[in-house]
Structure formats: structure tokens, C-alpha cells
Design a binder for this molecule. Structure first.
Ligand SMILES: [Zn+2]
Length: 447
């Protein structure tokens, strides 16, 4: 590289900024926050109302980091209520709607989709944030990034494409294609990186093998995953790496917040991009910060999207805070183990707290399992779990029996619960290009 490449107001190829002392990062955050609050106060009905309700009479009332915590945490339900009351875009926009150049919406995994508007400036900001993700994974202008994604209303990989452009890499779009066509394009066009959900990364490899193509021979050296926490689960990561013969990187972002988390080549947890976000790890109940090493809810404020910002947004993601310096030299905070799960997706199985990601971590240790589903059903007054496993085509009847017993034993040993485990016929469980929904509630399930 010939030096920092500026996009918008902040150069993103600037090692000095990424390794700045934490107090310097804090000062930069504050400067952008103060400027943004002033802008939002003047014309954003949603935020002005929320701040006034919290007793803020002027944006200058937020003058210290202690004042900052006076801003009430924002939840997804409040955004949904605002959009229901003021369709179709709600009131969280700082400019007249004509100023916006893009609209996106959430995938609706956890309720009604939320819409989001982007200005030219905030779209450039998204691109910059994704460039951090790719650069963190060691990608550069010599790479060709393949995006097997149906380019619809979900923002994630659209912004990824923009990030690749900012990086100077080549984008190979994989929309409107079935999996075999995508594999063909990857080979023909020399893809060096695959960018998709972890579930789809596994699925695409499975399709390749079904066609007699060993995915590791396709030349992909890096895979970058978003949309689900899977790539942060060690067993999922190992499997993706083995299948593709590549290094696998996790990325975390949300439509409401932006692309905030990335892994560096040290892979010591997810870095939060503290040049573009203020991150707080808070006890979900008390709202108080947790100590390093503790688990809390990630709460985020974005600093480059003032056309439709979030301040202190409750991501719903459970994370473990690490503050020690990363061997890569970045001073950004790290989330140890990536996203550990959702605050609200915990299952209580016979009185024991279990996160679906923990079950996935066990299931993925069995390479013969191609897809799985977690059925939750009620027996008497207690919730029970049944794991449905779909095995790959090479599995014989004895593999099925061995695997179901093996998984049940591992769950009992590692999580301390008994679950039913059953094998289901090939191609009966759904496949996902976007957020997988592997937990299903079946109150009609046989007892
Ligand atoms: Zn690092």
C-alpha cells in the first residue's frame, strides 16, 4: 500500500489509528459523538424525543462519559414500535427522506423486520467498516471475493461488496445463482475468498462434494462469515477450514448498528472497531458495566451514521470482554470467543440453562452430521430438547446409531443435560443462505 486511503472523513488503512492508546481512542470517539449529537438534536424527532424524555435539555448536557450513560439504552422493540406508529420508515431520520439513497431491512428472525435508511455518507461508512473486516482477515487488492448471496433487502453482504471495493479487491457477485452455478463461477473466475453465512459455507462445500469437487481444491484461502455466530464456534470454524482448506474469519454486525466486529489474523476473539463504534458490555439487568473477563450484553453506539444513528443500542448479544492488548497491536477491545449467544435465546432444559450455540458446538464435532435442528417441546411442566441430525450421503445405518449415541453422550458430559437425539433422512432439514433458524418450538411434538 502507498499510504492511508481516505474514505469519507477517516482513513481506514491507518495502522496508527488502530493501535492508538485507549485514551486517545476515547477522545476521538467523544469528538465524533459530540458533533453527531448536535446534528441529530436539530432535526431527528426520534432521538430528540428520547433525549428530552431522559432530561436532556440540550445536547451540550451530554458533556462527559458519565453524562453519556444518561442516554437510555435502546431496544429493538422500541424501534419496531416507532415504525409501526410511523410507517414505513419510522421517525429515526435526521434528514428529509429524499436525502437517503438506500433502504434495507432486518431479516426478521426475531420479529417484525426493521427498516433502515442510508445516506451517501452512511453508505460510505458501511463500506469503510467492512474494509476493516477484510483487512483484519489479511485480504487486500490482489484478492477476488465471492459473495454467494441473493442481493435483496438484507444489508449485510451488500455492504460487504462495498467494503471490497474500498479495499481495492475484486468482487464476484453470486446472486441469482444456484449452488452448482456458484461453484462454477468461483472456479472460472479464480475466487480467493468466500464471504457468506457459516451455514451457507458448510452447505456450499457439501454441494461441491456432491458434484465430485473437493472444495479445498477451488483456491479459496480465506472465508469470512457473518449473519450468524457460527464461525465463532470452534467446531464450526474447524469444519469450515477443513472443508475449504482456508482460514476462517468471523465478523459481527447488525442492520440497526452496522458492521462493528472483526477478527485479525491472530484470531484472539472479535475486535470491536472502536474507531467507528462506542461499545459497552453491560449487565443486561442492572445496565452496569461488567469487568474484563465477565459476560454481559454488548451495547453499541455508531459514530458514522448520523442520518439514522443508534445510541446505546442493546444488541442482545452475549459477549465476554477482553481488554488486554492483542498480539496484532490493535488496542480495540476484544470479545473473547466472539458472540456467545443471544441474551434472549437461552433454553432452560430440565432447569439447566443451555444456549443453542453450545449444542451446535457439540454437533459440529461429528463431521458426518450435515445439518441439524433443535426441537424444543414440553413434557409435563418442563422444556425438553430433541436434536435432529441429518447425516451426509456416505453414512450407513451403523454411522447413524453411533452418531446419535455419541452426540447424546457428549451433550450429557459437557452440558450436564439429557437430550433425545434422532437421525432424520437426507435432505429433510432446511438449508439457509441467511440467518439459520435451527431452534424450533414444537408444542405439538409427540411427548
Ligand atoms: Zn488483533
Amino acid at each position: 500500500m502507498t499510504g492511508p486511503v481516505a474514505v469519507g472523513d477517516v482513513p481506514f488503512f491507518d495502522r496508527a489509528r488502530e493501535t492508538a492508546p485507549p485514551e486517545v481512542l476515547r477522545r476521538w470517539q467523544w469528538e465524533r459523538l459530540a458533533a453527531g449529537l448536535g446534528e441529530v438534536w436539530s432535526s431527528n424527532v426520534f432521538w430528540r424525543g428520547r433525549l428530552q424524555a431522559a432530561g436532556v435539555g440540550d445536547p451540550r448536557d451530554i458533556g462527559t462519559w458519565t453524562d453519556f450513560t444518561r442516554i437510555p439504552r435502546l431496544g429493538k422493540a422500541e424501534l419496531a414500535a416507532d415504525q409501526t406508529a410511523h410507517p414505513p420508515f419510522g421517525t429515526n431520520h435526521t434528514h428529509p427522506v429524499d436525502r437517503y439513497v438506500r433502504v434495507f431491512q432486518t431479516s426478521g428472525t426475531t420479529g417484525r423486520p426493521i427498516r433502515w435508511l442510508e445516506t451517501e455518507a452512511s453508505w460510505a461508512w458501511w463500506a469503510r467498516c467492512w474494509a476493516f473486516v477484510f483487512r483484519g482477515a489479511g485480504l487486500g487488492p490482489h484478492d477476488r471475493l465471492f459473495f454467494p448471496f441473493s442481493f435483496g433487502l438484507f444489508v449485510g453482504f451488500w455492504a460487504g461488496v462495498e467494503g471490497a471495493r474500498v479495499l481495492g479487491a475484486m468482487t464476484i457477485p453470486g446472486g441469482g445463482q444456484d449452488s452448482p452455478t456458484r461453484l462454477h463461477a468461483m472456479r472460472e473466475l479464480g475466487a480467493t475468498a468466500l464471504v457468506c453465512t457459516p451455514s451457507y459455507g458448510l452447505h456450499l462445500a457439501e454441494v461441491a462434494r456432491g458434484q465430485g469437487i473437493e472444495p479445498a481444491t477451488l483456491g479459496v484461502r480465506t472465508t469470512v462469515h457473518a449473519g450468524e455466530p457460527g464461525a465463532g464456534i470452534p467446531a464450526v470454524r474447524e469444519r469450515l477450514e477443513a472443508l475449504w482448506g482456508a482460514r476462517t474469519y468471523d465478523h459481527a454486525g447488525m442492520t440497526e448498528v452496522g458492521a462493528y466486529g472483526f477478527e485479525c489474523v491472530q484470531q484472539a476473539g472479535l475486535h470491536v472497531n472502536e474507531l467507528e463504534f462506542i461499545a459497552e458490555i453491560l449487565d443486561p439487568e442492572s445496565g452496569q458495566p461488567v469487568a474484563p473477563g465477565e459476560v454481559g450484553e454488548l451495547t453499541l453506539t455508531n459514530l458514522g451514521r448520523w442520518g439514522a444513528p443508534v445510541l446505546r443500542y442493546r444488541s442482545g448479544d452475549r459477549v465476554r470482554l477482553a481488554r488486554s492488548e492483542c498480539p496484532c497491536g490493535r488496542t480495540f477491545m476484544r470479545l473473547e470467543g466472539g458472540i456467545l449467544g443471544r441474551v434472549d435465546d437461552m433454553l432452560v432444559v430440565r432447569g439447566v440453562n443451555v444456549f443453542p450455540s453450545a449444542l451446535e458446538g457439540i454437533v459440529r464435532r461429528f463431521p458426518v452430521v450435515e445439518e441439524f435442528q433443535i426441537e424444543v417441546f414440553r413434557r409435563g411442566v418442563l422444556d425438553e430438547v430433541r436434536l435432529l441430525l441429518e447425516l451426509d450421503g456416505s453414512a450407513g445405518p451403523s454411522d447413524g446409531a453411533q452418531t446419535t449415541v455419541g452426540v447424546a453422550e457428549a451433550v450429557r458430559r459437557d452440558l450436564g443435560i439429557r437430550v433425545e437425539v434422532a437421525a432424520v433422512p437426507a435432505r429433510t432439514l432446511p438449508r439457509y443462505e441467511l440467518k439459520a433458524r435451527r431452534v424450533v418450538r414444537r408444542d405439538d411434538a409427540r411427548p
